[in-house]
Design a protein around this ligand. Structure first.
Ligand code: AMP
Length: 220
């Protein structure tokens, strides 16, 4: 099954997607990660993308749709994709439906992690990621002590360049204006489930697992 995970920046989409990947052998398609890959190549294209990301705005639909089609068209990922950070506006949601149809697939479930804004700001400004094992920590709630790699002495903690207070305000505004209406799109399709994203990480994933198992049993 394909599913999409929603929630404002800092809601825990990446953390929960990683757990769903492990539990259900899914493929996590994070447009933010794909864009950061482009940025790291330091090409002219990458530099342009970086500017937009730093401003807290959205990268053009054309760029995003090309990145997405590359993955949806890959038979290896057929009907096992978690869309994380996409679709981010109504146009992207409609393009996604068309792309899924083109490759004989469909969206079965939309999950929405709900988190209050004050908590989001702390989660984002405190977020650091290990450059070796990619594990994410939070300097307020989950200070970096252990890593997934045994030998992580060379660990370098990185803060994303758009995880600062100024950009966060803009990212939250972009979410409210552009992405929030997409929730209604999936609500009308009857596949939207809301989850309290302020619970403990494992309590959230347990709830997500239960929802996904139920939807899978209806599908098969
Ligand atoms: P994320 O890692 O999902 O928080 O995304 C980081 C940044 O990448 C966003 O603030 C946007 O600038 C850009 N971005 C990620 N996904 C999309 C998308 N689907 N459409 C447009 N811009 C995106």
């Amino acid at each position: 099954m394909n599913l999409v995970i929603f929630g404002p920046p800092g809601a825990g989409k990446g953390t929960q997607s990683a757990k769903l990947v492990k539990e259900f052998n899914l493929f996590q398609l994070s447009t933010g990660d794909l864009l950061r890959d482009e940025v790291s190549k330091k090409t002219e294209f990458g530099n342009k993308i970086e500017e937009i990301m730093k401003s807290g705005g959205l990268v053009s639909d054309e760029i995003i749709n090309n990145l997405i089609e590359n993955k949806i068209s890959n038979p290896e990922y057929k009907n096992r994709i978690i869309f994380d950070g996409f679709p981010r506006n109504l146009e992207q949601a409609k393009s996604l439906d068309n792309l899924l149809k083109k490759y004989n697939q469909q969206m079965s479930l939309a999950l929405n992690l709900k988190v209050d804004n004050q908590i989001l700001v702390k989660r984002i400004t405190g977020r650091v990621t290990c450059s070796v094992c990619n594990k994410t920590f939070n300097t307020f709630f989950d200070p970096p002590k252990t890593c997934d790699l045994k030998d992580c002495g060379q660990r370098k903690l990185i803060t994303r360049s758009d995880d600062n207070e100024e950009t966060i305000v803009k990212r939250l505004k972009t979410y409210d204006e552009k992405t929030f209406p997409v929730l209604d799109y999936y609500l009308k399709k009857g596949i939207m489930k809301n989850i309290d994203g302020m619970q403990e990480i494992n309590a959230i994933s347990d709830q997500l697992f239960t929802i996904i198992r139920a939807v899978r049993s209806w599908l098969w």
